[in-house]
Design a protein around this ligand. Structure first.
Ligand SMILES: NC(=O)c1ccc[n+]([C@@H]2O[C@H](COP(=O)([O-])OP(=O)(O)OC[C@H]3O[C@@H](n4cnc5c(N)ncnc54)[C@H](O)[C@@H]3O)[C@@H](O)[C@H]2O)c1
Length: 222
């Protein structure tokens, strides 16, 4: 994201790609304008939150008119750096990694897995979709050469920290960690953890303790 968006709350920042996706859908469907109530229904975020989120960027909507779809689209495209492709590497081409390579974020214009790594000799040298799988010994040199800024970690938890340590001195600025390992990194590197087991447990907890909380029945902030 560019500098203008650096000071917005993190929860708002995390909702931006969600807004962008739905605004793209509205644009593709030929819609010219959208009210915060319609947007709220589509993205399942309450309209007060949408108005507050949008207010961080100045007055984007007009009372009684709603938001101009083209304006929002170009605004979010610019804010989310959609015109600039962020190169991603995937480390660990097992069950989860293979699924990501097949999916390869085709709906996102600005992120693409460019390269993958594994230690398994049966996988190294092959391609999944457009993505080549290289031996782990080539990790640092290829990350630097291709100027890759994000690494997705889908390796066994035991090796997650050592792989992380080995990419600290490369072009990597962010790590999307799917392993259950908690990673130690310097503050110059950002780590986002995605743990299905934790999410499932949280869902079970909310079902049990907040069965009637229909106001907040969608969690889009993580
Ligand atoms: N976050 C989630 O929701 C979620 C869900 C399922 C699995 N996981 C985690 O994701 C990771 C991968 O799971 P999986 O089911 O795909 O496992 P997997 O065993 O199918 O795949 C792991 C891959 O990593 C490779 N590998 C092993 N050591 C390596 C190293 N040092 N460098 C590079 N590659 C190496 C293996 O050869 C294999 O291809 C695990 O840590 C697992 O706990 C997370």
């Amino acid at each position: 994201m560019n500098e203008e968006t650096l000071k917005i709350p993190q929860a708002t920042a995390k909702r931006l790609p969600l807004y962008y996706r739905f605004i793209q859908n509205l644009h593709n469907a030929g819609k010219q304008r959208v009210s915060s109530a319609e947007l709220s229904e589509a993205v399942k975020v309450d309209s007060a939150t949408i108005r507050r989120d949008f207010s961080y960027f100045g007055a984007l909507g007009k009372k009684g008119y709603g938001y101009n779809v083209n304006y929002l689209l170009s605004f979010f495209r610019k804010t989310l750096d959609q015109d600039e492709v962020t190169k991603v590497a995937l480390i660990g081409v097992g069950n989860l990694g293979t699924a990501f390579l097949n999916y390869n974020f085709l709906k996102n214009n600005n992120t693409k897995i460019e390269i993958a790594f594994d230690i398994d000799k049966n996988k190294v040298g092959k391609k999944i979709g457009q993505v080549h799988i290289y031996d782990l010994s080539e990790l640092q040199s290829r990350l630097i050469e291709e100027n890759i800024s994000i690494a997705i970690l889908t390796v066994p938890a035991e090796v997650a920290q050592s792989i992380t340590d080995s990419i600290l001195e490369t072009s990597i600025k962010g790590i999307l960690n799917f392993t259950p390992a908690r990673l130690n990194v310097p503050s110059s590197i950002r780590v986002h953890h995605i743990d299905l087991a934790v999410e499932l447990q949280a869902l079970v907890y909310f079902l049990k303790h907040y069965p009637n909380d229909t106001e907040n029945s969608q969690d889009e902030t993580n």
